[in-house]
Design a protein around this ligand. Structure first.
Ligand code: G3P
Ligand code: CA
Length: 230
C-alpha cells in the first residue's frame, strides 16, 4: 500500500487492461500487481450497490437496457466478461479486504447515502476510501468522515474553487485538461491532483514530470514501474 515516490497509482476499473473492467477478476489482478489503490464505479439498481461503469448494460455485459430498470436477479445472471457477474460493492470490498485502498466513483443519483451507510458498517478506516463523482451535488451528500474527490471532464474557471465548494480534498482531472499550472494551483491550495486515464508510458512519464499526485491506469503495473523510477 506504499505509494512510490509520492505518486499514487490507481487501478482504473481494476486492472482493466488485463481483465474485464469492474469485475472481481480485474480487482484481484490489481491486488496481485500490488497496486495500492483500485478504482470502481457504482450504480444503484433494485436497492443494490452494483459495480459497473455504464447505466446502459450493452457495452460491458451480454444484457440490454438500463441498470436502473432491471431487477437484481436479472443483473446477476448477466456475463460481465469471462463469465464474471456484475459484482456488488460489498463483494468487491470483501475480496479486497484491506489489501488496497478503494476509490468509489458515484455514477447516477442516489448512491452517496447507501454507499456511506455500507462503508460505515464495515471495520475499515475512512482513510482506506476515496469517494469521487462528476456529480458534485451527489458528492456533497457524502458523509464528511470520507475524503471527497471532485471529478472534472471539462474546463472550469477554477478547479480549486469548485472542489472547495464541496469540501473535496482531491481534484481528479482528465489527462487532456492537466497542466503544470493546474497541478501547482492544487498544491498551493493544499490539495492533491490526480489524473485519469494514462496507459501509454509516455503519458504516464509526462504526468509524473508535471508533478501529478495520482495516476489512474488500466495497466497499473506500468504506472507503478514508472513511479518507482528515480
Ligand atoms: O475516476 C477517474 C475515472 O474513472 C473517471 O472517468 O469514465 O473512467 O469513470 P470514467
Ligand atoms: Ca470511474
Amino acid at each position: 500500500m506504499t505509494d512510490l515516490n509520492n505518486l499514487t497509482c490507481i487501478a482504473h476499473r481494476g486492472a482493466s487492461g488485463y481483465e474485464p473492467e469492474n469485475t472481481l477478476r480485474a480487482f484481484a489482478r490489481a491486488i496481485e500487481l500490488n497496486c495500492p489503490w483500485i478504482e470502481l464505479d457504482v450504480h444503484m439498481a433494485d436497492g443494490y450497490i452494483m459495480v459497473i461503469h455504464d447505466e446502459d448494460l450493452s457495452r460491458t455485459t451480454n444484457g440490454n437496457g438500463k441498470m436502473s430498470d432491471c431487477s437484481y436477479e436479472y443483473l446477476r445472471k448477466l456475463d460481465a466478461g469471462h463469465g464474471e457477474s456484475i459484482p456488488t460493492l460489498a463483494e468487491v470490498l470483501s475480496l479486497v479486504s484491506h489489501r488496497a485502498r478503494v476509490n468509489i466513483e458515484l455514477k447516477g443519483h442516489g448512491a452517496a447515502e447507501p454507499v456511506c451507510s455500507l462503508l460505515k458498517e464495515l471495520s475499515w478506516g475512512p482513510q482506506e476510501f476515496l469517494i469521487s463523482s462528476f456529480d458534485h451535488e451527489e458528492l456533497a451528500q457524502v458523509d464528511s468522515s470520507f475524503t471527497r474527490g471532485a471529478l472534472f471532464n471539462r474546463r472550469v474557471d477554477s478547479y480549486v474553487d469548485a472542489a472547495k465548494r464541496i469540501n473535496a480534498k482531491i481534484i481528479i482531472l482528465d489527462r487532456r485538461l492537466t497542466t503544470r499550472t493546474e497541478i501547482d494551483h492544487a498544491h498551493e491550495a493544499g490539495m492533491e491532483l490526480w489524473v485519469y486515464t494514462a496507459n501509454k508510458p509516455k503519458h504516464i512519464r509526462k504526468l509524473k514530470a508535471l508533478g501529478a499526485d495520482g495516476i489512474f491506469s488500466d495497466f497499473p503495473d506500468r504506472a507503478m514501474k514508472i513511479a518507482s523510477e528515480g
